[in-house]
Design a binder for this molecule. Structure first.
Ligand SMILES: [Zn+2]
Length: 454
């Protein structure tokens, strides 16, 4: 008889989940995952053999080819690419220079979707604001024909909550400046470091004609504030060349087929694309590696009841194109839960879930199973992940495994997002957390036939 390794930590009302609690066996899987090398192998391979993977470019396409080969080699089934169309933005030559009163170069990077300057650049007077709100309330005449500068700083937090509000200058500033007739906009990077690395990222003009928009490295933004405080008019020469054209991206999908093809599936993933400045190691090579390694650990243990579907989403950075394409293609299929890893590679410290009132015992079982890994119980009525948000908003249950983000925004969207920033030990804790989550939600795992005793 086939031995059931474990079913669920609690008996639920689902008819196929009848086996008793076997926390010891969940624990064994968790401990094995703490020695994981699958995740490192994936993120090391992807960042080395492909490098940066800007959405819609041939680099991201090479990433998909790499992903398909890797997922097949790992033994996953139904490996495929689901393509979709999207506008593609690419970076050209860029630079910023103070012409007066104190001539000097500043470190800058164009923001995704920036308008372009002519190749020779533009020259304009700086008008300074300390927040988006200050820009918004300024009379148009104060901004028209000038280069807007927003100097607002972002605070460091464990949960990354500063990124929402304090990301406003990057996300909303360019649209507001454009609407008021500004020539261009530069913002203090949305980052918490003091390195001369600008942080890129996406913004949207929402119907306004795009203007050139860039982010200054944090020390350079602080330098510009000091120069402005000297009280003389400040003139900047700005080169931000870029182009936008119609293009293509795609989601890479693979599966570990469950014993019951009719059972709602478990979706885990991250995003394959990255910004173009680093090699997309923490954002989000680590995420696809963690989710995939966890699914592989379940595969090694046996066959889950539910199908586990892995998605390496395409084109998350420029606007969640992959998440929306997945929702359009698969949103109506029954999903048992969805989870995305997209916040670096530091330790998971909290588990949130949104499984619904009827599955509250399962949420608690998940909390108990993760506690030995140092994960604190969080909310049971919330879960998120940029690519899976469209699903969750559509009613799909979700799990949110929060990573420590204290240092995340030192590296996020900078040239410093590289493999050496990943601590292999912390990566293993992530895989153990994700493996445990899948074990609890998978509906029970049967040992593979080859290891059955006769
Ligand atoms: Zn990301």
């Amino acid at each position: 008889m086939t031995r059931i390794l474990f079913a669920a930590l609690l008996a639920t009302s689902a008819p196929l989940v009848a086996a008793p609690l076997t926390p010891i066996e969940v624990g064994a899987l968790r401990d094995t995952a703490l020695k994981d090398d699958y995740a490192w192998d994936i993120v090391e391979g992807l960042t080395t053999e492909v490098g940066q993977r800007l959405a819609g470019t041939e680099a991201e396409a090479r990433g998909r080819v790499w992903a398909v080969a890797k997922l097949k080699a790992m033994g996953f089934a139904n490996v495929r690419v689901e393509p979709f169309d999207m506008p593609v933005w690419t970076r050209g030559p860029e630079g910023a220079e103070i012409i007066a009163p104190f001539p000097q170069k500043l470190a800058i990077a164009a923001l995704g979707n920036s308008g372009t300057t002519p190749p020779a650049g533009i020259t304009g007077e700086i008008v300074h604001f300390d927040s988006v709100e200050a820009l918004e309330t300024a009379p148009d005449a104060a901004v028209r024909g000038k280069i807007v500068f927003i100097s607002q700083a972002m605070p460091r937090t464990q949960d990354g909550s500063g990124y929402g509000y304090f990301g406003g200058p990057r996300r909303k500033g360019p649209g507001i400046a454009g609407k008021k007739g500004a020539m261009a906009i530069v913002v203090r990077s949305i980052g918490t470091d003091h390195h001369r690395n600008p942080h890129t990222g996406v913004m949207s003009f929402e119907g306004v004609r795009p203007i050139p928009a860039g982010a200054l490295a944090v020390p350079d933004a602080e330098q510009l504030v000091r120069i402005i405080k000297r009280g003389k008019p400040v003139t900047m020469h700005l080169t931000l060349v870029s182009e936008t054209h119609p293009g293509r991206s795609g989601n890479v999908i693979a599966e570990l087929p469950g014993r019951d093809p009719a059972a709602p599936i478990l979706l885990v993933g991250g995003h394959l694309d990255s910004w173009d400045l680093g090699t997309g190691a923490i954002d989000d090579g680590a995420g696809v590696a963690i989710a995939t390694a966890a699914a592989k650990r379940i595969m090694d243990a046996g066959r889950p009841l539910r199908t586990i579907r892995i998605v390496w989403f395409g084109a998350e950075e420029p606007g969640i194109f992959g998440g929306l394409a997945y929702q359009a293609a698969h949103g109506k299929e029954p999903h048992y839960a969805a989870a995305e890893s997209d916040f670096g590679a530091d330790l998971v410290w909290k588990v949130n879930s949104k499984l619904g009132e009827a599955r509250k015992p399962e949420a608690v079982a998940l909390q108990l199973a993760l506690a030995p890994l140092g994960v604190v119980p969080g909310a049971t009525d919330e879960a998120d992940g940029s690519d899976i948000d469209p699903l969750i908003e559509g009613g799909v249950p979700g799990v949110g495994l929060s990573q420590d983000g204290t240092g995340y925004f030192d590296l996020h969207h900078t040239p410093d997002d590289t493999l050496d920033k990943i601590d292999p030990e912390k990566l293993r804790q992530n895989v153990a957390v994700w493996t445990t989550m899948l074990a609890v939600l998978s509906g029970g795992i049967e040992e593979p036939k080859r290891s059955r005793r006769r």
